[in-house]
Design a protein around this ligand. Structure first.
Ligand code: HAM
Length: 422
């Protein structure tokens, strides 16, 4: 039997119903925050993704050479493609420019629950604004997006890469040391980090202090540590304004400061954040984002940029784990002709109702009444219309309510109004 490739999935109509529901809610939320939709190609020139991250990223993505010898890659994310499009076509647009997107992404990850080789992201990029209110709104939008789809328990962690880099500078941890330490910090492997810090001549109290600052949720503790560092003090003041607005204006209180947020991608700077759904366990990160720099790298005039992306598939897993009831796919009407002579009338009624925006299906297998009603129930039909000989002589049909089982005779000309106003 042929199977879908490793790390990819098919989505059945029942699963698609859930996905479309979430997509619709997220799109409505993005639009309510003033974002407009953008779509970019599924594959890009490989260079777009290696420009910032270097060649090592090739191991993690689907890179290939096409028949014309071009080096291409299936996109692993959409930030670089959206910024490429901005530089190519949108630089003259009035700022700030707010763009949202849905798109499949491809990563050569090791598949497991919540981690796939093909997955969908819903995300946005904010181009040309980095005031505290713009950043607070971005964080607020990410949180609202996940709340609006129906998630109960989510936590936002907020870090800052400017402060993170100041921390490295204070402890005199140079680039080669950072290379070893970053993956351990990213995975919160603090015991291993302590050992690695020892290897970098940072053991004992200083090592403990470094680790404590990465873990603490106390802004006061961080402020106390940085109080003589002008760059850090300025960054902390801005960050406090962002957090005040997030709490008091956007009503987001489920967040924590976490300087240990590294973010996997290389383009970030300043404020970064992640949103987790604790219910998911291992692959619990639903959303990641922050401010970053890519525009000048792609040949544009530098402007502030920030954004985030939500893992669509993990959002569904989290909703299912929380026991969320998705709206069920209902068919408005199922029509059963009692014999083949009634087929023409059946289709005529179906077509008329479809024109009115009602979802209609009809028996195409010439089954008996019992089996047809069973099928209509399995399809979640709200009403069944039975086209019978006797009723048709009166230009009428039988309308059955599938919930209550009650039936009434309705003139064909009044089916639509009866359905709309029972
Ligand atoms: P990211 O953190 O790499 O950020 O991905 C965003 C989200 O995509 C993750 O939080 C996760 O939910 C989901 N995700 C990532 N990899 C997989 C996978 N293999 N299977 C399922 N879901 C996955 C970015 O991609 C940035 N472009 C976000 C951003 C936008 N930053 C600024 N603007």
């Amino acid at each position: 039997m042929l199977q879908a490739p490793r790390g990819t999935r098919d989505f059945t109509p029942g699963e698609m119903q859930k996905r479309r529901y979430i997509e619709h809610t997220m799109a409505t939320t993005f639009r309510s925050f003033g974002y407009g939709e953008i779509q970019t190609p599924t594959f890009e020139n490989l260079e777009l993704f290696t420009a910032k991250s270097g060649g090592s990223i090739i191991d993690e993505i689907y890179a290939f050479t096409d028949k014309g010898g071009r080096q291409l890659a299936l996109r692993p994310e959409l930030t670089a493609p959206v910024i490429r499009c901005y530089v190519e076509r949108l630089q003259m647009e009035p700022k700030p420019l707010k763009l949202y997107y849905f798109g499949n992404c491809y990563r050569y990850d090791r598949p497991q629950k919540g981690r796939y080789r093909e997955f969908q992201q819903a995300g946005c990029e904010l181009i040309g604004a980095d005031t505290p209110e713009a950043m607070a709104e971005l964080l607020g939008c990410a949180f609202t997006l996940l709340k609006n789809v129906g998630l109960q328990n989510i936590r936002m962690n907020i870090g800052n890469l400017t402060l993170f880099n100041r921390l490295f500078a204070h402890f005199k941890l140079e680039k080669p040391a950072q290379k070893t330490l970053l993956p351990l910090i990213d995975k919160s492997l603090f015991d291993d980090l302590r050992v690695a810090l020892g290897d970098c001549d940072l053991s004992g109290e200083a090592g403990d202090q470094f680790i404590n600052l990465l873990q603490t949720a106390s802004l006061d503790e961080i402020k106390e540590f940085f109080h003589k560092d002008d760059i850090a003090v300025q960054e902390l003041t801005t960050m406090e304004t962002v957090l005040d607005l997030l709490r008091n204006a956007f009503q987001v209180t489920d967040y924590e400061i976490k300087l240990g947020i590294v973010r996997g991608l290389d383009y970030y700077k300043g404020i970064v954040f992640e949103i987790d759904a604790p219910v998911l366990g291992a692959e619990k990160q639903l959303c990641g984002g922050g401010s970053y720099e890519l525009v000048s790298l792609f040949g544009g005039t530098e402007v502030p940029t920030a954004g985030f992306a939500v893992g669509f598939d993990r959002t569904i897993l989290a909703l299912e784990a929380e026991g969320f009831t998705f709206p069920s796919p209902a068919l408005d009407v199922y029509i059963i002709p009692v014999n083949p002579e009634m087929v023409l009338t059946t289709i005529t009624i179906a077509q008329q109702l479809r024109k009115e925006g009602i979802s209609v299906d009809f028996d195409q297998l010439r089954r008996g009444m019992g089996k047809s009603l069973k099928y209509a129930a399995a399809r979640n039909a709200l009403k069944v219309i039975i086209v019978g000989l006797k009723e048709l002589e009166q230009q009428s049909v039988t309308l059955r309510d599938m919930k209550t089982g009650t039936q009434e005779i309705v003139p064909i000309t009044r089916i639509h109004s009866t359905l709309k106003h029972p």
